[in-house]
Ligand binder design. Structure first.
Ligand code: TMP
Ligand code: MG
Length: 318
């Protein structure tokens, strides 16, 4: 067989070298940020923040995350994944009438919670009503502490795809994770315990149940946390969380504009990078999310973007 050797043009090598440099310059370290489901008001600002966090290193970082519909999936195959409150709607814990009332309250108040035409201040009294009524209903049911784990087991509670990498990476890097939830703390703990990621670097601020000495629910502890008063809890818990001190950089994850205040208690804050999961009512809420969060993830059921950023920020290879 005869081979045909074409002469290599003299300019080939320098052109190839220039092309290679160009490819290196334009190659993104975050391919996840180029997906169509990722929206950013100012991409260059996001990259600046990520680089600043990487320069400061893992020792300066903390992660503050909402729980329901942020660390948990919003839906699976078109079916909603239950929030911590909705996990309680199990006949082991509450009767049919209570389940029905909770569903009616959800149908009344959830549309208010995600209404793009109202401000957080306008929504606040409705949220207080919703949480107060639900908690009163739950107390009337005399929920037993020892049945919670079984109710979680029987539920379809599910953390977002990539959660293992997220939790494992943070614990390995000794980066504290503060989960800040207006859900039910006892249920939240059980969900992450059953997913085997309740590590010592995980701290939780939430609505915790108060049980009597026989293990029956009699009240909720402390000040009520709902979607739009997280700032108050952030400020009042700030002093107590010693592990979070001296970590001025924050990766904040949420699915509501109310979640943006979760880092308000961080002292001497430096770089705060915010990621918002836009799960529902996408068109109506897109503009306000893009104006408020640094990165908006549209109907993304994974932790991929957060994982990619964390991998870079906690590495010293670059
Ligand atoms: P989060 O702060 O962890 O997201 O938890 C708050 C969510 O809980 C909020 O988006 C609304 C939801 N929720 C229910 O699903 N059912 C309820 O009965 C209540 C009071 C809240
Ligand atoms: Mg949420």
């Amino acid at each position: 067989m005869q081979m045909c050797h074409l002469p290599i043009p003299w300019f080939y090598t320098p052109v190839r070298a220039v092309l290679k440099v160009w490819q290196q310059l334009t190659k993104t370290k975050f391919p996840e940020l180029t997906q169509s489901s990722v929206l950013m008001r100012e991409r260059s600002r996001v990259e600046e923040k990520i680089h600043a966090m990487q320069r400061a290193g893992a020792g300066s970082l903390q992660v503050i995350s909402d729980f329901d519909m942020t660390l948990t999936r919003f839906a699976l195959n078109g079916k909603r994944v239950p929030t911590t409150h909705n996990i309680l709607a199990n006949q082991l814990l509450i009767d049919e009438d209570c389940t029905k009332k909770m569903r009616e309250l959800l149908n009344t108040y959830y549309p208010v919670e995600i209404d793009a035409s109202r401000t957080a201040e306008e929504k606040m009294p409705f949220m207080v009503e919703w949480w107060t009524e639900v908690h009163e209903l739950l107390i009337q049911q005399r929920i037993r502490k020892d049945m919670l784990a079984q109710a979680v087991k029987e539920s379809s509670a599910m953390l977002r795809d990539g959660y293992k990498l997220f939790f494992n990476h943070l614990t390995k890097q000794e980066v504290p994770l503060l989960i800040f939830s207006a859900g039910v703390g006892d249920v939240l703990e059980e969900v992450i315990r059953q997913h085997r990621v309740f590590y010592p670097n995980v701290h939780i601020v939430s609505n915790y149940m108060d049980f009597d000495q026989t293990g029956v629910l009699r009240a909720f502890k402390g000040q009520l946390i709902h979607t739009f008063n997280k700032r108050d809890s952030a400020l009042s818990h700030a002093a107590g969380l010693r592990e979070l001190k001296g970590r001025p950089n924050v990766l904040l994850l949420g699915d509501s504009l109310g979640d943006l205040t979760m880092a308000d208690g961080v002292s001497e804050r430096q770089t705060i990078l915010t990621i918002g999961f836009l799960n529902d009512k996408v068109e109506e809420r897109k503009e306000s999310f893009v104006n408020s969060f640094d990165i908006v993830l549209v109907q993304d059921e994974t932790m991929d973007v957060a994982n990619s950023i964390l991998r870079y920020v906690t590495s010293s290879r670059y």
